[in-house]
Design a protein around this ligand. Structure first.
Ligand code: HEC
Ligand code: HEC
Length: 325
């Protein structure tokens, strides 16, 4: 699979040798080593349970390649089967992201990678123990020496993971082929795109541009029954403590959304069809909400909107999905 992934990534990148036309620049990373070599180590670490305290959990336990590196469970469980409080997001296209997690309080992929490694309900493994596990794995140790030098340390482990995630691009969907003029859109897709961008549905006010997201935080009126540290999940408000930010969450990219259910920060909406019905009803039960419209779709419109949303599924993501990896 590694070889396959490698080839398609190269294709993905060269295919988009002019991506500036419609894709933003990725946020640069500095791995201080050869990116591809570091990414190969990172790929191994990503799916290795050695990164967790009790050697049961890997990054890929929650960011499952088969589901576009998101989780199919509502909330993921970390070490000692402790449940977290949020749904695991897709890691495809994190290269284009600057602020991470639902609060948006973590800047840069490096810090976003460090957080789950140390968080006690996720992997909970401190640096010295991980370094001694790596040192006692002959192949891995010599790979690290080769790529990062004799004095490799914990920062290099993080960088390897960063390099791997940086390569997780998904820009090889039907949507992209249409954007690059190599596929002619059919009428159902065109109708779906038009609906998506219409004032009536208002989707593209927030899910905008080729990544189908903005970089803002919104309140969709979802229920607030998740408990964190004795209170509800205030989302962005947990960081800013500003009541205006309470229950505001970042707009997720809709790329590969077909594969990343259940949906929303709390995984509370099970299917894509039920997400559409949620928006038809004008959002969730609470009044303080950023949505301005409610609407009703007929069968043909529902089919068209779905055709547009599923056109955002990348070929590589679908291949991983079908192969069950
Ligand atoms: C126990 C499940 C779990 C494990 C294990 C886990 N994650 Fe996550 N990850 C999550 C959840 C849940 C979130 C969303 C958290 C939030 O928004 O507060 C997340 C968020 C992230 C994000 C930020 C994504 C974004 O768009 O903001 C990155 C990057 C990430 N994880 C990388 C990793 C890496 C790398 C590993 C392994 C070292 C890892 N995760 C292990 C569950 C997990
Ligand atoms: C006011 C901004 C806004 C508008 C308008 C909006 N969305 Fe969203 N959308 C969001 C936010 C924010 C989330 C994530 C909420 C959360 O995690 O709690 C989201 C989540 C989603 C999800 C789930 C994605 C996931 O990975 O969990 C889908 C699908 C979606 N929106 C589709 C649509 C469609 C279709 C429309 C138009 C009918 C639309 N959105 C209109 C902001 C918006």
């Amino acid at each position: 699979m590694r070889i396959l992934l490698g080839i398609s990534l190269v294709l993905g990148l060269s295919q988009c040798s002019n991506p500036q036309e419609y894709l933003p620049e990725p946020h640069p990373i500095d791995v201080k080593a050869d990116l591809d070599e570091a990414a190969q180590i990172g790929e191994f670490l990503f799916s290795s349970p050695m990164l967790s305290l009790d050697s049961t959990i890997s990054c890929s336990s929650c960011h499952i390649p088969q589901f576009a590196f998101a989780d199919s469970a509502r909330v993921s469980s970390g070490v000692h089967a402790q449940a977290g409080f949020r749904n695991s997001p897709s890691l495809f296209n994190v290269a284009y992201k600057k602020h991470f997690f639902a609060e948006g309080g973590v800047e840069g992929l490096e810090r976003a990678t460090l957080a789950p490694m140390l968080t006690n309900f996720e992997m909970s493994l401190q640096a010295p123990e991980l370094m001694s596990r790596i040192a006692s794995n002959e192949t891995l140790h010599s790979n690290f020496v080769e790529v990062f030098g004799e004095d490799y340390d914990y920062a290099h482990v993080v960088r390897a993971l960063v390099a791997y995630q940086f390569t997780l691009r998904s820009t090889d969907s039907k949507y992209d082929r249409i954007m690059m003029n190599v596929e002619t859109p059919d009428s159902l897709w065109l109708a779906g795109k038009e609906l998506f961008e219409s004032d009536r549905l208002d989707c593209s006010r927030c899910h905008a541009g080729p990544l189908q997201r903005d970089t803002l935080y919104h309140d969709l009126g979802l229920p607030t029954d998740t408990v964190i540290e004795g209170g509800p999940d205030y989302g962005r408000g947990r960081l800013t403590h500003n009541p205006e930010d309470f229950f505001h969450f970042p707009t997720p990219s809709l790329r590969n959304v077909e594969l990343t259910g259940p949906y929303m920060h709390d995984g509370s909406i099970p299917t894509l069809d039920s997400v559409i019905r949620f928006y038809e009803a004008g959002g969730g039960p609470r009044e303080t909400n950023s949505l301005r419209v409610s609407f009703e779709l007929n069968d043909r419109e529902r089919e068209a909107l779905m055709a547009f949303l599923t056109s955002l599924t990348g070929e590589e993501a679908r291949k991983l999905n079908l192969s069950g990896n």
